[in-house]
Design a protein around this ligand. Structure first.
Ligand code: ZN
Length: 69
């Protein structure tokens, strides 16, 4: 469970982030044209103040990446 950093209310999690006009979701990639996605960006929104936070659901690829360096 995520708590809002501002007002500590329970946040609504696992929401998708979509671009306005294209309908494309967002993900995070390593620098470089042909690198695969490191994970889809999810967001959580506070129902009290509207504060929105983004996170990556599965952090395993990021952990592998830090080991490589
Ligand atoms: Zn809040």
């Amino acid at each position: 469970m995520r708590k809002c950093l501002r007002c500590e209310a329970e946040m609504v999690e696992n929401l998708s982030m979509m671009a306005y006009d294209g309908g494309f979701g967002l993900d995070v990639r390593e620098k470089g044209l042909f690198k695969g996605s490191l994970g889809k960006i999810r967001c959580a929104v506070c129902p009290e103040c509207g504060y929105t936070e983004t996170y990556i659901e599965d952090t395993q690829k990021l952990k592998d990446l830090t080991k490589k360096r």
